[in-house]
Design a protein around this ligand. Sequence first.
Ligand SMILES: [Fe+2]
Length: 276
Amino acid sequence: MSVQAEEEQVASVTRAAGGQAAVSAPDAAIGHALGKLDTAWLRDEYVNQGSFLYLSEFLPPDATQRLIDAANALMPEVNRNFIPGHKAGGSVSRHTIDRLQPYIAELYRSPKLVAWLEKVTGDRLQLSPEDDPHAYALYYYTRAGDHIGWHYDTSYYDGRRYTVLLGVIDESSCILDYELHTRDASKPDEPGAVQYPPGALVLFDGDKLRHRVTPSREGEVRVSITFEYVTNPNMRPWRRFISNMKDAIAYFGFRQVFRKALQSVRAGGGKAGGSV
Ligand SMILES: [Fe+2]
C-alpha cells in the first residue's frame, strides 16, 4: 500500500471515529507501540497461525498503567455472571466505560490501531455499532473458579468479527488455551497456550479460534480488555435477539443490554447499519 493510501485509510478511520483531527494520547501510545514492530512479518505469522497472533509486549508502560488504573476504578461497576458448566466471572460493558473511563474507548478507536489491525488481518475493519455492549469491555476474574469454557467468538454480524485482547492485570494462574486451524480441513489442529501479561496483545478472527480461559484460584485477580471490530456492522434481527440474550445472560445483565437496545429502537435506529 502506498503512503498516500495509508494516510487516506487512517483519515477515513479518523472520520468514522468522530472527525477528530488531532492525535489523541491513546493514538500516540499506539504509534509508539507500532514503531518497534515488523508488521509484514507479523502479517505472515498471523496467516500461518490461521488468523491468530500473540504479542507478549505491545502497549507502552504508561498506556498499560492507564488501563490498570481504569480497571481498578471500575471494580464497583462489575456485573457478575455465572453459566453452570461454561463460565463464571465479571464484566464491564462499553456503556459503563463510556461513562466512567473514556480512555479505553479512545484506545479502541485509535486510527493507528485500526489501520495496523487492517494490515495484519488483510480486512477493511469497522468499529462495532454504538449499541453493541461488547465493542469494548473488561473481563474480571476475581473469585476462585472464574473461567470460560471452550468457545468461538462467533460473529452475529453479516461480516467477520475480530477480537483483540489486551492484558491489564494478571495476578493469576489463568491460561488462555487455544486451538489453531480447527475450521481448516487442510491443516491439523494445533494447540497452544498463553498467559498474557499486562500490555500484551492477542488478535484473532472470532469464528476461527477455539479458545478458553482456565479457572482462577482463591485470591487471584485477572483483568483483560476485549476490543471487537467487524467487517460489516449489519446484523439481522433474529441474530440481534440471540446476541442480546447472550450478552445479557453471560456478560452484562439485562438492564445494560436491553436499555441501550430499546433506546436505539425508540430513536428510529436499531443495530442494522449502525454507526461506526
Ligand atoms: Fe472468547
